[in-house]
Design a protein around this ligand. Structure first.
Ligand code: GYE
Length: 328
C-alpha cells in the first residue's frame, strides 16, 4: 500500500512539474521560475516598423508588468533569423513560456520543435505560421486578417457601385510572406471580385512602413496616369502614400481615395482630416489577453487553439467622433 502511495505521489509530482510548462530540466532544475512562482515569458517582436507595432509592444510590456510576469523582450528588427536566435536563446534560458509575432509565415518548424522538445509552451501573437508539425504551439491570438481585407474591399465595392468602370486600384502590400499581407490581399481580392469594373492595376510591397508606402506610391503615380483608389494594407503606408500624392499636386481623399487597415491614432487623424476615406481597425492591444493565456498555459490549463480579437471599421465622421478616446 505504501509503495503504491509513493508511486502515485511520484506521478503527481511529475504531473505538477509538467504543468509548469518548462518541465523537468535535464541535469537538474535550472528553470527560470523564481521561488515566488513568477512566470518568465520570452517575447520575440517583429520590430518597430509601424504605429501599430509600437502600440502592440507597449501593450505587451505594460500588461506583463501588471500581471507580474517577468518579460524578456527581444526586437528582431524585421529579420526572421533574429527571431529564430531569440527563440533559441529563450529555450536555452528555460523560460516558462515563449510568445512571438512571426515576421513571415514559413520557416519555423525546426525552432518550434526545439521549444516543444524542451517542454516550453509557445503562443503565437498577432500573426500565424504555416507548419505541418503537430502541437508546436498552444494557441494563436490575433485578428482575422482575411475579414479585414474583405471589409476594405467591400467599402470600395459600395463606393463605386454606381460608377461605370474601370476603377483603377493600386495596392500597397505589407511585408512579403507575412500573414497579414497574404490574408488581407486575399480578402480584398475576394470582395472586389463582386464588381468586374474594379481593377488592381499595380500591387507592390511597402513593407508596412511609411517610407515604403511613400516610395512605392511615387513609382505608382509616375507609371499610371489614372489612379482612383489606394488600398494600403496598413495606416503607415497610407500616410506615406498621402505624402506622395500631395507632392504630385493631387488631393488625397478626393482626387485619389484611400482605404487602409489598423486605425492607429495618426491614421484616424488623417481620416478625420479627410485625407483618407475608410479604415478597418486592427486592435494592437493584445497584451492583457496574452498574459491571461500565458498564465493558463503555464498552469497546464487548456486554452482555445485560436483567439480572435474583434475589430470594427471607421469612415471620416466616425473617426472624428472616436479620436478623442482612442488608446493608440
Ligand atoms: O497591421 C501593421 C504591422 O501584424 C497586424 O503589422 C500586424 C501588422 C499591422 O506592421 O501595421
Amino acid at each position: 500500500m505504501k509503495r503504491l502511495f509513493t508511486a502515485v505521489l511520484g506521478i503527481a509530482t511529475v504531473g505538477v512539474l509538467a504543468a509548469c510548462g518548462s518541465g523537468p530540466a535535464p541535469g537538474g532544475d535550472s528553470g527560470s521560475r523564481t521561488a515566488g512562482g513568477t512566470i518568465t515569458m520570452g517575447f520575440s517582436q517583429v520590430g518597430a516598423e509601424s504605429g501599430w507595432r509600437t502600440a502592440n509592444t507597449t501593450s505587451i510590456q505594460d500588461a506583463a508588468k501588471a500581471a507580474g510576469i517577468n518579460l524578456k523582450f527581444s526586437d528582431a528588427n524585421g529579420v526572421q533569423e533574429n527571431q529564430i536566435s531569440a527563440i533559441r536563446s529563450f529555450v536555452q534560458q528555460r523560460v516558462d513560456v515563449i510568445a512571438f509575432s512571426p515576421v513571415v509565415r514559413t520557416g519555423w518548424d525546426a525552432v518550434l520543435l526545439e521549444a516543444k522538445n524542451a517542454g516550453i509552451p509557445v503562443i503565437l501573437t498577432d500573426r500565424a505560421v504555416d507548419t505541418q508539425e503537430k502541437d508546436v504551439y498552444k494557441t494563436f491570438l490575433g485578428a482575422d486578417f482575411v475579414q479585414e481585407g474583405k471589409w476594405a474591399g467591400e467599402w470600395v465595392v459600395k463606393q463605386y457601385a454606381a460608377t461605370p468602370g474601370p476603377v483603377n486600384i493600386v495596392q500597397l502590400e505589407g511585408t512579403t510572406g507575412s500573414d497579414p499581407a497574404l490574408e488581407r490581399s486575399s480578402g480584398f481580392a475576394d470582395a472586389i471580385a463582386a464588381n468586374p469594373g474594379l481593377k488592381v492595376i499595380a500591387s507592390q510591397t511597402g513593407d508596412f512602413t511609411r517610407s515604403g508606402g511613400k516610395q512605392v506610391m511615387e513609382a505608382f503615380l509616375k507609371a499610371n496616369p489614372k489612379i482612383d483608389v489606394v488600398f494600403a494594407q496598413n495606416d503607415d503606408m497610407a500616410l506615406g502614400a498621402i505624402e506622395a500624392i500631395q507632392a504630385a499636386g493631387l488631393k488625397p481623399g478626393q482626387d485619389i481615395k484611400i482605404v487602409a487597415i489598423d486605425a492607429t491614432h495618426d491614421g484616424m487623424q488623417a481620416l478625420a482630416d479627410g485625407k483618407l476615406n475608410f479604415i478597418v481597425e486592427c486592435n494592437p492591444l493584445l497584451g492583457p489577453e496574452l498574459m491571461d493565456l500565458a498564465k493558463k498555459v503555464v498552469a497546464g490549463e487548456s486554452v482555445p487553439p485560436r483567439v480572435v480579437t474583434p475589430d470594427q471599421t471607421f469612415d471620416q465622421q466616425q473617426a472624428a467622433v472616436a479620436l478623442p478616446d482612442r488608446k493608440y
